[in-house]
Design a protein. Sequence first.
Length: 396
Amino acid sequence: MIPFFLDWLMKAGFKVPTLFLYASSRMIFATLTTVVLSILFGRLFITKLCALKVGHTVRISDVPALREQYKKDKDVPSMGGILFITQIFLASLLWMDFTSAFTWILLFTMLSMGALGAIDDYAKLKKRDSKGIPPRAKMALQLLLSFGLMGYLWTATPHDKSAFIKPPVAKEKHEGGAIKELTAKEYSLQYYLPFCKNPIVLTGLFGAAVAFLFTTFVISGSANAVNLTDGLDGLAAGLALFVAFVLAVVAFLSNHTTIAHYLNILYIEGSSEIAVFLAATMGALLGFLWFNGYPAEIFMGDTGSLAIGGILGVSAVLLRREFLLALVGGVFVAETLSVILQVWSVRYRGGKRIFKCAPLHHHFQITGWHETKIVMRFWMIGLILSLIGLASLKVQ
């Protein structure tokens, strides 16, 4: 809203500070906006949730050791995701360009995934023995989101001057210095691997089918991975903060032709809006950690975890950095794999378990690690993976 208003003033002949139009400045202001809002209104929000008795539901009845450890969480309010979703939305209204398709895609992703999580949280709170929305229903809604995203990218018309919303356009540099412009559909069929120079390009009907399935897998997998990891105070929020930072850096660099071509990464026109949105997300997560750190005063619930996971997944898809997401979000991947392997082992190995409990962080809890030690060590691994991910941009 602010960039749009300032741009209107400039066209009307007024002198305005261009500081507020730069992507780097808007990233900083978006981060500060969400951090300040979190600290100012976080306590009031927690008090309101407590008054409404929106308590945390503990369901680890088959693991007595964990049931004892989680007694402290019995009356801690959940659905804290509403807090940072609201903040990110307000920061987006202030600092993002609403003529960019990326703005609308990310806002729709956050709100739709957040609404899905809120319905799930409400169902669990309304009926304590409820498991919320059935997994198949969740998957169906996530499938619709992926279908809508791919459908838009494949039908968007580039350089349509009559359109208010500007569709994505990308440019790639070929050997010899030649620059080729790609439509959203063309660049959505290219996949970039960390440390690798040339992309994997899918073609034909089979390629389109693979792209759609893979996009669904990335978005759904990212959302559910954050959801599974959200089991210890501050764990998911801190790890998501690292991943959002790396993707924000990629989005910022991808919006500069010279830098993108120098680093041999895809130039994506307008990707700075993704960077601004992720910067707002970083600030919201940082502010949320103010209250979510051990001992937590609030939990994000499915409302927050599905929204954050969806944001990260869709951002990676828009930037063509799905494999980078898997690298820097390696802890999320490990947590998800631990659940898959545990279920497989119990089902096909006569009830034998690989881990004492899944997801992975519960396994370490049972072995005797304190909650804060697990969180700190997982954060350290997340930070190392993020640095490796950033290094991959230079190496390739």
